[in-house]
Design a binder for this molecule. Structure first.
Ligand SMILES: Nc1ncnc2c1ncn2[C@@H]1O[C@H](COP(=O)(O)OP(=O)(O)OP(=O)(O)O)[C@@H](O)[C@H]1O
Ligand SMILES: [Mg+2]
Length: 391
């Protein structure tokens, strides 16, 4: 007898001699064997899920085809290979019928020991391959589900983080908006303070010095008084410039075009950069905070041209349509270093970032284009129709 295979085979046959011979052959080959004499017994023992069933076709209670149909129709036993062995129903039509009702093999008696064991072995290998494939598929399905779960969790986390990031970005924007507004208010307050307080004191001092100059006529001290008057006038001028740069009074009083005319003239004198300012004469007024924002855009860009570009000229074009207002500042300098410019945005520096933030507060945007022969900054703020009609 060969070594035990730990494989159980149920042999179903009402003929004791045939069943005995079959059982002996299988046992000799190392299989464990259960035996059933009729259909009812076969179904009962099949419930313990043997690894294979050899099934006689001619049985006293139910015929073998019917038993096979029941076994294959039951999910618990459907996977068990069924091998019909018949001494009576040996014709081809019975074999066809047997295989069509779900049997996995059909042997007609007399069959040789070799053929029986080879068929049983083949069916068991097939069953094993099926089981392996099923296990592989189950493993793959399990892995897929785990991956899907991990993906869903990751997706969920990404969504949460994206939401948090969006909230933080909104908070930062709001805060930046407030800081910019506070900065403008503070500059306006400082400008007034300088003008109204220190400026007035310098005026008073100038009046006293003028008086002193009258008194000092012909005295040794007269040139000293004259020098002091010159210093006082210089201080007044500087103070006024400082105050106006902090917040041009023209901006509130007359509007952006006048403030820009005044600013670009002064800038050209101080920097030596020739500034060309173009805007339509009927440009009109815009809401105060928008005028400040556009003024600061021009101020920052001209300062940048003077500090970074090496350009001797600057062009400013201010245009307005019912839908938007646009300011374009061009120079003919050396351009922004490529490592600082990414997709129309400059990545370092507070000045240009501040401009971007200012414009964002109005739903606007800024686009910077740079070559080695100049830079252009285009800032656009959308306007709505009511605003256009109201101003
Ligand atoms: N017109 C220009 N021509 C050449 N380079 C420029 C020009 N404008 C900006 N840049 C480059 O872009 C950088 C960022 O400009 P930004 O105004 O943001 O900062 P900054 O001028 O260096 O400092 P600040 O914060 O004082 O404005 C500059 O440092 C400069 O290298
Ligand atoms: Mg700058």
């Amino acid at each position: 007898m060969s070594e035990s295979k730990n494989i159980t085979i149920l042999t179903v046959d009402d003929n004791d001699a045939l069943r005995y011979s079959l059982t002996r052959t299988l046992k000799e080959d190392g299989y464990k064997v259960l035996e059933a004499r009729n259909g009812a017994e076969a179904l009962r023992l099949a419930d313990d899920c043997p690894d294979l069933i050899t099934l006689d076709v001619h049985l006293p209670d139910k015929d073998g085809f019917e038993i096979c149909r029941i076994l294959k129709g039951n999910p618990r036993t459907a996977h068990i290979p069924v091998l019909h062995i018949s001494a009576t129903f040996v014709e081809a039509e019975y074999r066809v019928r047997g295989l069509e009702t779900g049997a996995d093999g059909y042997l007609a008696e007399p069959t040789s020991r070799g053929e029986l064991l080879a068929t049983v072995g083949a069916l068991l290998r097939l069953k094993q391959a099926e089981r392996d494939a099923r296990l592989d598929a189950e493993e793959a399905e399990k892995a897929r589900k785990e991956l899907e779960k991990a993906h869903d969790e990751l997706e969920q986390r990404v969504q949460e983080r994206t939401l948090q990031l969006a909230q933080k970005t909104d908070e930062i924007r709001e805060l930046t908006g407030k800081i910019l507004m506070l900065q403008d208010n503070e500059r306006r307050r400082l400008a007034r303070e300088l003008h109204d307080s220190t400026g007035q004191m310098l005026v008073a001092m100038k009046m006293a010095l003028d008086q002193m100059s009258e008194e000092a006529k012909g005295h040794k001290i007269a040139p000293l008084v004259a020098d002091t008057i010159a210093i006082n006038e210089d201080m007044s001028r500087q103070l006024r410039t400082m105050s106006y740069l902090l917040h041009p009074p023209l901006l509130d009083e007359v509007g952006l075009p006048s403030a820009l005319h005044w600013y670009t003239e002064g800038f050209a004198q101080r920097s030596g950069v020739k500034v060309e300012l173009q805007m339509s004469p009927d440009f009109g007024r815009l809401p105060g905070d928008m005028e400040i924002a556009l003024f600061r855009v021009v101020q920052e860009c001209l300062t940048n041209i003077h500090r970074h570009s090496g350009s001797t000229t600057a062009d400013i074009r201010l245009t307005r349509s019912p839908y938007s207002v646009q300011v374009e500042i061009l120079d003919t300098g050396k351009g922004v270093a490529p490592d600082r410019l990414h997709g129309g945005k400059v990545v370092s520096g507070v000045g240009l970032m501040g401009i971007q933030e200012r414009l964002r507060q109005f739903g606007g945007s800024v686009e910077i284009t740079s070559h080695d022969n100049g830079t252009s900054v285009v800032a656009v703020i959308p306007l709505n129709r009511q605003l256009w009609e109201a101003v």
